[in-house]
Write a protein of this length. Structure first.
Lengths: 515, 502
């Protein structure tokens, strides 16, 4: 490893950090006296330019990564599905920055955009990280950014409350995660994921099996918090409700994509040790000792924990969403439910790129849809001062375009074809059944499909107010043209990707190193 | 050519959604033009397909990684049902002529629903079929909840959830079939030849069949149907009863029965005479026939009478399917067509011609209005529709139900006997509704029912005349010359029963 390699591999993160500093300098040094609108537009555009530069850098990188000197232990992967996740993170970050243009929750736009970009660079790191230390640093970089973003509406008590809850839960879960990591290091003597998993499946794992199980549970708890899986979901409704809308959209999309990319890395590593030829992360990992595992120390308990998370999240998320009257809380519980579906795909994982592709497909399209949903909520909230269900009354009269966007996005979340949410679900469930036969995965898929029928009810509750019930107030809702354009673009993408599901599938597939 | 029915309907829906508000006349004529164009295409496709087997219309790879094709094709069954959809669409638009509230949106949802229905009947790829099937759910919800009447939000949500639960069951079965077959195609024909393990078919068949049969109004999952039909605006009731319930029955036949034929095999043991899933569903169908008819007999709301009669008539379709013989299944398809026409006609008379003028559907209140004298056209139209519906020779219902009964007799004579009871009760409830609603000689003063009063009922308008003429004409024509449909249906049924088509 030398600094040239380091620079080459972390070029996307560099691009984001430079953009973040640039935004701060421009906003604080040159635009101090400028009009608020101008500052927002400049900051958002600089941020988007930074994302574009970083995305360009991601796509330029070949498969490979950064290794420790004198060993082949991978530190940070590039290319392959890592590149898919990173491109997704950057695209979604750019979209949330566009949502900023219409909002007024803060005077400190430069700082806001800078924090968003830094958090996104944390997301990029954990999408590629193959080493416990790097994973932890990336997670903390992302999480600290999210706590700040949640608290960004300084004048709002709700925002502060949400941030405090989020921070306390987050700090606790980081502690769990670190504790689990320390056990893993103790068992394996390495911080590299693959070395750890080799050890966990070998004699050392067998000898220290109880420690290993404790470590797995602690790590799953820490990551379960990040993806808002039951029973570590309690922060989600409050945070989604209290955070400023663009920040909530960021938490609901970018942070989810990054965390699931990390889970994919771990799941892949857990299977990787069984398979000499797999080079899923794009880097060739020398597995001199990889033959048959002595002891399935990691994979079975890991899948079990993820399965429990998945079942709990699907059930609780969908059922709790039924009774919500705040649309943001409804979206939070729906996010928990969707996390449950995705965890199902991770619990029944295979080392063929199919599983990873299906999970990425789901989480990327979900992120896109949910940003749009928060965008609509933000516009309605600004016009009516509330995110209650009743704030959406008569939306089709007040803003037909916004109502149409809401219709498309919510039906997609409910999984109605031909929208992309249906294909994401179908693809994921078909993959689960395809890679693991047996009654348990089948029962869980049946549960998931059944619960998505339940989910239609609460999505229709919102749409019913937008389309069916009479309006109380018929004054038109005006949205900023840029916001509206972005929302329409997202809805159009949801329809187009749904009508031509192979587009995104092929794009993701083209990064698969095994094809 | 037939594929254009789908595209035209969706394009029409899109244009309607974009129409400026207040252009109601334009919206109506546009909807009628789209529906008529669809009907013309359907008739053209029907005529062109006479004497032909299954014809592939479009076959493009859609999701190559999963072997999903955009495969549209038509066999005899599809062509007949597409024809029915075209007729129901035209009639539905005609009887929705008086919609003044958000007219363009009404027709946008209406045409989107029609487009989905055309799509289901023409899909020969499992997942394409499923996609169109689900597309049809959402417009129904909005049609009922926005433009409906009695307890519309409840009825709309109930219908949407029942439909979605049914389609979830179907989806689970299909995912499992896809995973189990290991096939790289989701084409219906390919999957039917994949010869899935019998033990798998044994549980997948009831799951998928029930999922579809929920939408066909199978007892005891029928309860969405009466409430949904009653709450829906007339045009939507006509579509619900006319074509949407047929989607369920069609799915049972095309997907459940042709993909999992061994699921109908005997279990190897029998309990109170029930020894296979076939017996189970046949018994449920017979219960539906009798139960629907009996409940229709005691309804006080005119529209509920028709709603429950639909449950009863759809029971014949399911019974016909479960006979598994040529005549019975042909009868089931005929019954789908016939009930689609007649249920549409009955709902049009009750919902549009009578209710829109009297503003009541309570039989007790209608008795006081002496409608036979004040709306003779409605009375005579109902007489004809009622006769046809109870299975009088000369109308389409007779041909259909006779075939189903003959088919059932060959398998289990007591099914026929029990279903015969349903027919007798059918005569009774039709007669009762006819007598109470139109030909009552109750002497009452206007003061007894101030809500309805003796206000002017208004003349019958041209769309109503046209619509009634169209539906009565078709039913009569098919009743007098059933060969026109039978010649198309029979070869397709034969191929399907022989194993998945071809």
């Amino acid at each position: 490893m030398n600094y040239a390699d380091l620079f080459r591999v972390t070029l996307p993160e560099f691009a984001l950090e430079i953009a973040a500093l640039l935004v701060l300098v421009v906003d604080l040094a040159f635009l101090r006296k400028a009009a608020y609108k101008l500052r927002i537009v400049v900051a958002a555009l600089l941020g988007v330019a930074g994302c574009a530069a970083a995305a360009w850098a991601v796509l330029q990188q070949g498969s490979g990564g950064l290794s420790f000197p004198a060993s082949h232990e991978l530190l940070l992967a590039t290319g392959g599905f890592t590149a898919v996740a990173q491109t997704g993170i950057l695209t979604l970050t750019a979209l949330t920055l566009f949502l900023l243009i219409d909002s007024e929750f803060t005077r400190h736009v430069g700082e806001y955009v800078a924090v968003v970009l830094m958090a996104a660079s944390g997301g990029l790191l954990i999408a590629g990280a193959q080493d416990l230390l790097l994973i932890f640093i990336g997670l903390e970089l992302l999480s600290l950014g999210l706590y700040i973003l949640t608290a960004f509406a300084k004048s709002s008590g709700k925002s502060a409350e949400a941030a405090m809850k989020y921070y306390l839960f987050g700090g606790m879960s980081a502690a769990f995660l670190l504790f689990g990591f320390s056990y893993l290091y103790g068992i394996s003597g390495s911080t590299n994921l693959h070395q750890i998993l080799l050890a966990a499946n070998g004699i050392r794992g067998q000898q220290a099996a109880p420690l290993l199980y404790v470590a797995i549970v602690l790590i799953a708890a820490g990551l379960g918090f990040k993806v808002a899986a039951v029973p570590f979901h309690l922060w989600a409704p409050d945070t989604y409700e209290g955070a400023p809308a663009p920040a909530a959209a960021f938490i609901a999309s970018v942070s989810k994509v990054a965390s699931f990319a990390l889970l994919i890395s771990i799941c892949t590593a857990a299977l990787h040790v069984f398979d000499r030829s797999a080079s899923f992360v794009g880097a060739t990992v020398q597995l001199s000792t990889a033959t048959q595992p002595v002891f399935p120390g990691f994979r079975v308990p890991w899948s079990l924990v993820l399965t429990l998370f998945a079942a709990g999240s699907m059930a609780l998320g969908n059922l709790a969403a039924l009774v919500q009257i705040s649309v943001r809380r409804l979206l939070a519980y729906s996010a928990i439910a969707h996390a449950g579906y995705i965890l199902l795909g991770l619990a029944f994982f295979s080392y063929s790129p199919r599983s990873a592709g299906a999970v990425l497909y789901y989480v990327l399209t979900y992120g896109l849809t949910t940003i749009g949903a928060f965008g609509v909520v933000a516009v309605v909230e600004r016009a009516t001062g509330s995110d209650r269900l009743d704030a959406f009354l008569g939306l089709h009269k007040r803003s037909p375009l916004l109502a149409a966007v809401l219709l498309v996005l919510f039906l997609s979340l409910a999984g109605i074809p031909p929208l992309v949410g249906f294909w994401a679900k179908f693809n994921l469930f078909a993959t689960v059944l395809g890679v693991s036969a047996g009654p348990v995965p089948f029962a869980l898929v049946a549960l998931a499909v059944g619960l998505s029928a339940v989910s239609l009810y609460y999505y229709l509750q919102v749409l019913k107010r937008a389309y069916v019930m009479p309006a109380v107030d018929e004054t038109p809702i005006k949205a900023h043209p840029v916001t509206l354009a972005v929302l329409v673009l997202i809805a159009a993408a949801v329809v187009a990707l749904g009508c031509f599901p192979a587009l995104l599938g092929n794009w993701i597939g083209s990064f698969s190193p095994m094809m | 050519m037939l594929a254009w029915t789908i595209y035209l309907s969706f394009a029409g829906a899109l244009v309607q959604a974009l129409l400026p508000k207040g252009r109601n006349a334009l919206a109506r004529w546009l909807a009628l033009a789209v529906a008529v164009a669809g009907l013309v295409l359907a008739v053209g496709g029907f005529a062109a397909g006479m004497g032909q087997g299954r014809m592939v219309i479009v076959d493009l790879p859609w999701v190559p990684a999963m072997g999903i094709h955009y495969l549209l094709a038509a066999d005899g069954i599809s062509r007949v049902l597409v024809l029915l959809t075209g007729l129901a669409a035209v009639a539905g638009v005609l009887f929705s002529w008086n919609i003044e509230l958000r007219t363009n949106e009404f027709f946008a949802f209406f045409l989107a629903l029609i487009g989905g229905v055309y799509g289901v009947f023409l899909s020969f790829d499992l997942f394409l079929l499923f996609v169109f099937y689900e597309i049809a759910i959402v417009p129904k919800y909005f049609l009922i909840s926005i433009w409906g009447s009695t307890r519309r939000e409840y009825a709309a949500m109930k219908l949407a959830l029942y439909s979605f639960v049914g389609s979830s069951m179907v989806l689970i079965g299909l995912l499992a079939a896809y995973a189990t077959s290991g096939s790289h195609s989701t084409g219906l024909i390919a999957l039917a030849h994949a010869s899935l393990p019998v033990s798998f078919q044994m549980w997948a068949f009831p799951l998928v069949f029930t999922g579809f049969a929920i939408l066909a109004g199978m007892w005891p999952f029928h309860t969405w149907a009466p409430t949904g039909h009653v709450a829906a605006p007339t045009g939507a009731s006509m579509l619900l009863a006319g074509v949407v319930m047929k989607l369920g029955a069609y799915g049972c036949l095309r997907v459940a029965m042709s993909l999992f034929p061994r699921g109908l095999d005997p279990w190897g043991f029998s309990y109170i005479g029930i020894g296979s899933w076939r017996d189970v569903f046949a018994v449920l169908a017979v219960i539906g026939i009798v139960y629907g008819a009996l409940v229709a007999l005691v309804q006080t709301d005119f529209k509920f009478v028709i709603g429950y009669s639909s449950v009863s008539h759809m029971g014949f379709v399911l019974l016909g399917l479960m006979t598994l013989n040529q005549i019975g299944v042909t009868g089931a398809v005929m019954q789908m067509f016939s009930h689609g026409i007649l249920a549409g006609l009955l709902f049009a008379i009750v919902g549009r011609i009578v209710y829109e003028r009297t503003h009541t559907r309570q039989l007790a209140e209608l008795e006081a209005l002496h409608l036979s004298r004040r709306l003779p056209f409605a009375a005579w139209a109902f007489v004809i529709a009622g006769m046809a519906s109870m299975g009088l020779p000369g109308f389409s219902g007779f041909v259909a139900e006779l075939q189903v009964l003959v088919g059932a007799w060959k398998v289990q004579p007591w099914w026929t006997a029990a279903a015969g009871v349903g027919i007798v009760v059918g005569v009774a409830y039709t007669w009762r509704a006819l007598q109470k609603a139109f030909f009552s000689d109750v002497r009452v003063t206007p003061d007894d029912h101030p809500r309805t009063g003796w206000h002017d009922l208004g003349a019958i308008t041209w769309p109503e005349y046209t619509g009634v003429a169209l539906l009565v004409g078709v039913s009569l024509f098919v009743g007098l010359y059933p060969r026109i449909l039978l010649d198309t249906i029979e070869p397709a049924v034969k191929a399907l029963l022989a194993g998945g088509g071809q």
